[in-house]
Write a protein that binds this ligand. Structure first.
Ligand code: ACO
Length: 329
């Protein structure tokens, strides 16, 4: 059976920075509250007219260049996103057109777990012999769905994209993946309207149902309960112990969630990567953005064991255990 391994990494953040000080002038909040409760100091905003597929295309081209490949070499393109450019066509199709790839292209939607789900699709296609070079992108412009009058959510989110090139080979890069979903808890974190259940209307807009609604405390409790379980399940499947993880790369949702997960797993905090202070929660983009930062910082080497942890609306969760096979850039 062919194995899946990561041969290229790239990411992209839009230029505009929204600081906590900026938010202080928009809603009743403070830099001190945001930093203490979340660890976030600033986040990036997509420019007017810049869409999720634009972010995705930038990250994708950087990942392909890192792998030494051209868009025509890709035989499957998967985009994880929950802020698609349009309901259809898929953001994957739009991204493929923007970069010049002519291959099957599909979106995967599992909110902030989308990237781990997309990586799972890529790994399955490669291991089944159905694809040899898969472009896996996590991209979100969730600030387009944020109510900037709601202080409980608007301080959290930022925009960005990250991508992996995943290729077939003899070396096993993706060691194990554990995924989960609990659809009975969809109301904990949702955008209630503008889908088929509640189409856009004046009433929807008046009630601001087109924006993200979240029970933050429930998300927090869910994440710190399921993630350690998921990490342990994938470790058991691969025969590795928690001490063998060189880097845990969790979805960057809240620094306190990251710290609690580290404590519950008995992992030193310095092995749990965080760039949330400068990115905020970029949803599907946060894991590949973080991996690219680690890789660019020369912290990943052939043989490094990296755990990628996602969790989010659905509720969904996922953990991918990866052995790094690339030389430091
Ligand atoms: N500034 C100042 N005060 C605020 C703010 C703000 N930005 N937001 C809320 N508050 C107030 C609340 O109104 C409340 O005031 P009250 O006591 O007078 O009622 C008080 O602060 C405490 O509010 P809590 O909700 O209890 O605050 P908590 O400590 O739980 O922190 C937070 C809130 C940061 C959202 C936290 O619950 C959290 O991070 N949860 C996880 C969220 C998350 O990860 N979401 C993303 C999932 S990703 C995805 O799938 C899209």
């Amino acid at each position: 059976m062919p194995h899946a391994r990561i041969t290229g990494v790239g990411s992209y953040l839009p230029d505009a920075i929204l600081t906590n000080a900026d938010l202080e002038s928009m809603v009743d909040t403070s830099d001190e509250w945001i930093v203490t409760r979340t660890g976030i100091r600033e986040r990036r905003l997509a420019a007017p007219g810049e869409t999720t597929s634009d972010l995705a295309a930038h990250a994708a081209l950087r990942a392909l260049a890192d792998a030494g490949l051209e868009p025509r070499d890709v035989d499957l393109l998967v985009v994880g996103t929950s802020s698609p450019d349009k309901i259809f066509p898929s953001t994957a199709c739009i991204t493929a057109a923007k970069i010049g790839a002519a291959c099957p292209a599909v979106d995967v939607m599992a909110a902030c777990t989308s990237f781990v789900y997309a990586l799972h699709h890529a790994t399955c296609a490669i291991e089944a012999g159905r694809a040899r070079t898969v472009l896996v992108i996590g991209a979100d412009a969730l600030t387009r769905h944020v109510d900037f009058t709601d202080r409980t959510t608007c301080v959290l989110f930022g925009d960005g994209a990250g991508a992996f090139v995943v290729q077939a080979g003899d070396e096993q890069g993706v060691l194990a993946i554990d995924l989960g979903a609990d659809g009975t808890r969809g109301d904990v974190l949702e955008i209630p309207a503008c889908g088929a259940a509640m189409p856009a209307s004046e009433e929807v807009l008046a009630k601001r149902f087109q924006f993200i609604r979240m029970n933050g405390q429930e998300v927090f409790k869910f994440a710190v309960r399921v993630i350690p379980q998921s990490v342990k399940a994938a470790l058991a499947a691969s025969g590795l112990a928690v001490e063998q993880i060189d880097w845990l790369v969790p979805h960057q949702a809240n620094q306190r969630i990251l710290d609690t997960i580290a404590d519950r797993l008995g992992l030193p905090h310095e092995r749990v990567f965080s760039n949330i202070a400068t990115t905020g929660n970029t949803s599907a983009a946060s894991i590949p953005l973080a991996v690219d930062a680690l890789y660019t910082g020369r912290n990943l080497h052939p043989g490094s064991v990296v755990g990628l942890v996602g969790f989010g609306a659905g509720l969904t969760w996922g953990y991918a255990l990866v052995r790094w096979t690339k030389e430091a850039r």
